[in-house]
Ligand binder design. Structure first.
Ligand SMILES: [Zn+2]
Ligand SMILES: [Zn+2]
Length: 328
């Protein structure tokens, strides 16, 4: 979950206005700055799979969205003075090309969350050489709008018209049940409303599918239930030629805090105790195995491995390169 950095926008606007105040000559005297960035995708190989991280945007996690002991949280606020980028997070979706099928894991926020700073995923997909029409399957880790908003336009059109969408039944049942939505606190209502609106056109087209256990959906892919953050929060582990990649959804929001302190939860975790327990169980396993992790909110390209460090963990990120590397 990300928040709009409106102050930064105002500052940027003022900077633009200042250029005009300074007059056109002053601006022309200096070499003009090119402020565009590179297209937001990065791909690597996992066995025979081509995995492409698709950038959706970035935002800043508010320290008040984290729940830890007073000492831990005081430390976070203190550290932020010296390290203002500490809680910056990405939003990312991932495309797996198996050679037979194109599978999208999470779809970014679209226009449903993030106040306009997110929603670049479909553009990143096109930059990577694919089209939304080519996507065969979408696997959803959960139904928070920063992971599913990219599926549907505000006027109810499917962005991936040929894709079959899969999500855990517990997740679908929770967010799409009018009686659960009616009982939810007022500030949680928008999450229910957007999940329902985003799912609606896929349900209508017969493209919305749920799973309850370990039913096979894609060859070489295993469902990994990771409940707590949401009732049906699910990871997807793909294996190919002895290599593994786990798409772990919202196991970690603020990597600089929650890897060092895995017991720290986020206010968006629906069951705080279960979310912490799931993380405490999963992290040691991942640190001891050679599993590549795809974490939507980790720094782009949002791919890396876990290492044990002291009482917590460190993140060994995959680093951007313009080369196609067979063994990242
Ligand atoms: Zn999220
Ligand atoms: Zn979430």
């Amino acid at each position: 979950m990300l928040k709009r950095d409106s102050m930064r926008f105002v500052a940027a606007l003022l900077a633009v206005l200042a250029i005009f105040v300074a007059g056109p000559n002053a601006a022309l005297d200096a070499a003009s700055q090119h402020r565009g960035q590179v297209p937001g995708f990065y791909r690597l190989k996992v066995g025979d799979l081509e995995v492409t991280a698709l950038f959706d945007g970035t935002g800043t996690f508010d320290p008040h969205w984290l729940n830890g002991t007073k000492a831990t949280m005081d430390g976070v606020v203190e550290a932020l003075h010296e390290d203002p980028h500490m809680l910056e997070v990405a939003d990312t979706g991932f495309l797996v090309n198996t050679g037979k099928q194109l599978i999208l894991v999470d779809a970014g926020a679209g226009t449903w969350w993030g106040g306009g700073v997110l929603g670049r995923l479909a553009g990143s997909l096109r930059s990577a050489g694919y089209t939304p029409e080519e996507v065969d399957i979408v696997l959803l880790t959960h139904l928070h709008s920063d992971h599913v908003g990219g599926l549907t336009t505000q006027d109810g059109k499917r962005v991936f018209p040929n894709a079959d969408v899969y999500v855990a039944k517990a997740e679908s049942d929770f967010w799409l049940a009018p009686e659960i939505a009616a009982k939810a606190p007022k500030d949680a209502q928008p999450f229910f409303q957007s999940a329902q609106a985003i799912a609606a056109p896929y349900i209508k087209a017969g493209k919305w599918h749920t799973f309850t256990g370990s039913e096979p959906i894609v060859d070489g892919m295993q469902l990994v239930p990771l409940p707590g953050h949401t009732p049906g929060h699910t990871g997807y582990e793909f294996s190919s030629k002895g290599q593994k990649i786990l798409f772990w959804g919202d196991i970690v929001h603020a990597l600089r805090v929650q890897l060092q302190h895995p017991e720290v939860t986020a206010v968006f975790d629906i069951d705080q105790t279960a979310a912490a327990a799931t993380r405490l169980q999963l992290l040691p396993k991942l640190a001891s195995e050679d599993v590549l992790i795809a974490g939507p909110h980790m720094n782009f390209p949002a791919l890396g491995r876990l290492r044990k460090q002291g009482s917590g963990y460190s993140w060994a990120p995959v680093v951007f390169t313009d080369r196609w590397n067979e063994n990242r």
